[in-house]
Design a protein. Structure first.
Length: 70
């Protein structure tokens, strides 16, 4: 019986070690995703701030082209 318990303990320890490695890898992936989301968020924020100016320039350019055709 003692041998069985020791064997199961060793097996469970190996399983726990493997899970720990998997969790570490998962934590690294989550960190990487957080970084990418932060980059995307920064780009979207920049676009939100730039969009009104971009639209205004496009509208002005459209009016300028119409005037030149007339």
């Amino acid at each position: 019986m003692t041998r069985y318990i020791l064997e199961q303990t060793r097996h469970n320890g190996e399983d726990l070690a493997a899970m720990r490695v998997d969790l570490k890898g998962l934590a690294e992936r989550v960190g990487s995703l957080e970084s990418k989301v932060g980059t995307i968020d920064a780009k979207l924020t920049g676009l939100i701030h730039s969009l009104p100016t971009m639209i205004a320039e496009a509208v002005r350019e459209g009016f300028s082209r119409r005037r030149k055709k007339s």
